[in-house]
Ligand binder design. Sequence first.
Ligand code: ZN
Length: 251
Amino acid sequence: MAPQASDPDALAAAFLAAERAVVLTGLRLGGPESLDLTHAHGEWAQRASLEAFLTEPTRFWEYFYPTALSIAARTPTPAHEAIARLERAGVVSSLITQSVDRLHSRAGSTDPVEVYGTVLVMRCERCGERYGLPEVGALIEGADDGVPRCTTAGCEYPLRPQGTLWGEALPRPAVERAWELAAEADAFFVLDSDLRTAPISLLPSVPLTRGAPLVLIGETPTQYDRYAHIVVRSSSAEIITAVADRIAPGP
Ligand SMILES: [Zn+2]
């Protein structure tokens, strides 16, 4: 079992010792994930699946659109802001996230790798056009069957969420980028992810096999706890803010 710590100084030292500190964040950083996108028996898996999208599109959008709206209403937490500060200070070199809410970008992180994409943008697979939530809401309202369709002249193809649906493979470029970053990391920090869903559950093994220290922060035990350099068994919100206050103060 790795040493359990909740000492911000030890964590700050682990960040500062790394030239390439790579951070992976879970679905809902710094707070409880009320919507479980990774659980096979959850509502998301039942209703936001690739199968539901293809076979029952009206029902799919009845669930997906209001869910996406509620995700869009979230605001960045102090944990998002702390990570953005650590990035600006050059302490965190890269960020990989399982979250689909774009809050890292809103907090000021540059170019986070979103391995599940985002639920806030829809796209047309035929012509590539993208749509924001308000436009999609209007298209749903205006459609007899409640299915939004592309408005490009002559296209009218049904739109789909840009993010990954349950039962669908993750976007390959994002997964490849995540693996590259993990391979380059000389310390790897996991914040509020239970590392339960493949392939991302396998990501920490990449730095581990190279001997890079692994730091796990989160309420849920993971399969990597015994291999970790430091385990902090609580939500990341407080401790990552304390770390940023020590080594990356300022806006
Ligand atoms: Zn189109």
